[in-house]
Design a protein around this ligand. Structure first.
Ligand code: CTP
Ligand code: MG
Length: 212
């Protein structure tokens, strides 16, 4: 039987949590740190996990995180992903990128994006419907049936993700960079509870869901 292509995951945890009011990735969520939850799920579905943390935390987190490598982040999310990619083996066929700040992403959503790439897609992202009515800042409601909210983990053919990042672009996710580089990305079903911890209330919501 042919062996499955190797899968590595880069978890980006090098942000400063400005909107949250502090380093949200290290807070405990039902007894386990946000970043540790994200790493544990990634490890279930990956051959290796790289975690990107603020430069000042690399030494302490190398001793603490259950990861294959811990590297220093950059000034933007995209720069942090690029730094993470340097620690991913060059022969990793599939590379997933995940926000540490989404500790409720399950192995099922990883499997969906990974399976799409195994089946030939260049990249795959989880999406959920937009439930709020969306209004433009300059006035007028946008047809929300044409919109979907994008989550992580996102999976890509390794060489496409690296090529997209070679252009040193900036975007809030990797799929945008991969598409800007001319490759197509497919959407799979995300999960409404796979929220990004952004504001303090989000941590309380995640805590409540874990208790149910
Ligand atoms: N991230 C990163 N490096 C950066 C910025 C963000 O690794 N320079 C990571 C964050 O740690 C987080 C993910 O990217 O896991 C999504 O970013 P976001 O939710 O915006 O987190 P922060 O940038 O920390 O928060 P804020 O924008 O409120 O400062
Ligand atoms: Mg940010």
């Amino acid at each position: 039987m042919a062996t499955q292509p190797s899968v590595w995951t880069v978890i980006v945890a090098a942000g400063s949590g400005t909107r949250f009011g502090g380093a949200k990735q290290y807070l405990e969520l039902a007894g386990t740190r946000v970043v540790d939850r994200s790493v544990a799920v990634a490890a279930q579905v990956s051959d290796g996990v790289v975690v990107v943390v603020p430069a000042s935390d690399v030494s302490a987190e190398s001793a603490r995180l259950a990861a294959d490598s811990v590297v220093a982040g950059g000034p933007s999310r995209a720069a942090s992903v690029r730094n993470g990619l340097t620690a991913v083996p060059p022969d990793a066929a599939i590379i997933c990128v995940h926000d540490a700040a989404r500790p409720l992403a399950g192995a099922d959503v990883y499997q969906r994006v990974i399976n799409e790439v195994r089946s030939g897609a260049g990249g795959a992202v989880p999406v959920v419907p937009v439930t709020d009515t969306i209004r433009r800042v300059d006035g007028g409601v946008v047809d929300r049936s044409a919109l979907q909210a994008v989550q992580t983990p996102q999976a890509f053919r390794g060489e496409l993700l690296r090529a997209a990042h070679d252009d040193a672009g900036d975007a809030t996710d990797d799929a945008s960079l991969v598409e800007a580089a001319g490759f197509s990305v497919v959407a799979v079903q995300g999960h409404s509870r796979n929220i990004k911890i952004t504001h303090p209330d989000d941590l309380a919501a995640a805590e409540a869901w874990l208790a149910t």
